[in-house]
Design a protein around this ligand. Structure first.
Ligand code: R5P
Length: 282
């Protein structure tokens, strides 16, 4: 088995290869003068190829498609997409709209596809091959365990992320809840935890994705007003566009914690061992 790391997932691919004691293929990535991408796998690909590439940008997706094509001589190709872009575009709201998540899924030809905390699991049905999603939330729980927090509570910023908070809290047996918006008047909205009181407690707000940071920054402000102790932001996928990090620290968070499905400075948790376990069972 050969691990082929795409340009967006070089560190994670190296960590997975190390965990599996597998060879990591040497690849060349460059742009032509007109900006088109060029990829070449320099090592022998062998019979079984595992391509690891997050698709944060459109170029990342092109690179993934190129890598799949470059592995055409392999008997089996497994594609790991630690962060799958466009997975939030999983519904058509208006006539004439593209179902973008479906388009992306249909372009990927492989024997197996594995995603990590894909935004919407229903997207897996659009792949033309076996596709499974793995949940890395427990790794956030493990990380939190060693932080020495005061009466910690894991909060999802909305009902949609409640299951994520639950799975991060499960092993630790700590409290979790989700934030709920209450309309107090025509122009006043209050955001509070649905069941628990955060006063004096350290809080970890956990979501699958932090993109602009808007959702989290708003939640931090509300929780500070409610007397929370230290507030941390955690996510699986640190998309972090533009000034998202500044927005978060400006809102008063103590730290931002994420996994390496997207390789950023805040990617303090690695999903490598989790992926290695899944790859071993393919
Ligand atoms: C959306 O449903 C996701 O789970 C996140 O809540 C969202 O992507 C966060 O976006 P932003 O950081 O831009 O507020």
């Amino acid at each position: 088995m050969k691990i082929i790391g795409g340009p967006a997932s070089q560190l994670l691919s190296s960590r997975v290869a190390f965990a599996l004691d597998c060879e990591l293929a040497l690849c060349e990535f460059k742009n032509f003068p007109d900006n088109e991408l060029y990829i070449r796998i320099l090592d022998d690909i062998g019979q079984e190829a595992v391509i690891i590439q997050s698709t944060v940008t459109d170029s990342d997706l092109i690179a993934l498609l190129q890598l799949i094509d470059a592995c055409a001589t392999a008997n089996r190709i497994h594609v790991i997409i630690p962060y799958m872009g466009y997975a939030r575009q999983d519904k058509q709201f208006n006539p004439g709209e593209a179902l973008s998540a479906r388009v992306i899924a249909r372009t990927i030809e492989a024997d197996n596809v594995i995603t990590v905390n894909i935004h919407e699991e229903a997207v897996l049905d659009h792949f033309r091959c076996r596709a499974v999603n793995v949940n890395a939330a427990y790794l956030v729980g493990e990380y939190i365990r060693d932080m020495g927090l005061n009466q910690p509570i894991i909060l999802a910023p909305d009902k949609g992320a409640k299951e994520l908070a639950a799975s991060a809290a499960y092993e630790l047996k700590i409290d979790y809840d989700h934030l709920e918006k209450k309309r107090l008047s025509g122009d006043t909205v209050q955001v509070t935890p649905k069941n628990l009181n955060v006063a004096g407690r350290d809080v970890i707000i956990l979501d699958d994705i932090v993109a602009t940071g808007g959702t989290m920054a708003e939640a931090v402000r509300m929780l500070k007003n409610q007397g929370a102790g230290d507030i941390y932001i955690a996510c699986i996928h640190p998309v972090l566009t533009g000034s998202a990090l500044i927005k978060l620290y400006h809102s008063g968070v103590k730290d931002v914690i994420a996994t390496d499905t997207i390789e950023k400075a805040v990617s303090k948790i690695s999903v490598a061992q989790l992926l290695a376990g899944i790859i071993r069972d393919l």
